[in-house]
Design a protein around this ligand. Sequence first.
Ligand code: KG4
Ligand code: ZN
Length: 320
Amino acid sequence: MILALETSCDETAAAVLDGGRVLSSVVSSQAALHERYGGVVPEIASRRHLELVGPVVREALEEAGVRLDGVERVAVTQGPGLVGALLVGLSAAKAIAWAARLPLVPVDHLEGHVASLYVEPDPLEPPFLCLLASGGHTLLLAVRERGSSERLGTTLDDAAGEAFDKGARLLGLGYPGGAEIDRLAQEGDPRAFAFPVARVPGLDFSFSGLKTALLYAVRDLGEEETARRRADLAASYQDAIVRALAGRAREAAERTGLETIAVVGGVAANSALRAALPDARFAPLSLCTDNAAMIASAARFTPAVPCPGYLSLDAYASLS
Ligand code: KG4
Ligand code: ZN
């Protein structure tokens, strides 16, 4: 029985897992709080986590019908993410674990995303090629056993989710914009505009040129015409991101000989990406964007630190 906390960005989340079974997964999103700034403001996020972490943990335990004395391990995201935000979750997890004299499992956020594939009712067995596409990262990973992965490629500039969010901003949509582009694109023509897919060597990605191409297209069309053709712009822009992600994932699978492609992270919720990789395994929709169930899932395959050795653990901001 694992209680997990996740506060790496702007979602305050707690979950209880019994083995691979999700008993509860509570996510309190701060998106509305950050929307007026067009992105996450780190200090505001930390303060909000501080207010929410207690109630969210309580709700997760209640929903699961589990009391703290029924919990065997506490898990928490240690990094990467916003360091102030991470520290709120880490401190809360330390306090809960210490109060109940439980071991603590520090979890890497990215391993957490991969572990969203390991929950019931249809857990995935390695080996597989994993495309991790979120607001902060775009990675291709070879996963040969649970709990570890080999990095094959990454983005040289923006993450895929970041490209969606920046594109949405250029089109005058809300934040975060991935889901809005997804929705709007269903009414548009993906071949209306020819946006380029950057060709970078190896298995890496690059999305900053694409964002610039959209910026120029919007500028050339002017305000009125952009508004009229917003759905076509969204569909074409999304198509370019999806082509890059799906193409590279297939290439990586071929090169490594890994037959199964799996997709995790916020962008795994994208319907065009799901359509472009019909044979791939996608994380359950509710576990694509940040949540604590995936952190608890990863904790099953990560060594625990016994009490009280974890009290000196620190958060880390960037990719190890
Ligand atoms: O995994 P996540 O919650 O946060 C990070 O760890 O970064 O991913 C959030 C990202 C945002 O950039 C958001 O725009 C994107 O996932 N996203 C989507 C969709 N839903 C969320 N992008 C494309 N299509 C979607 N349906
Ligand atoms: Zn994430």
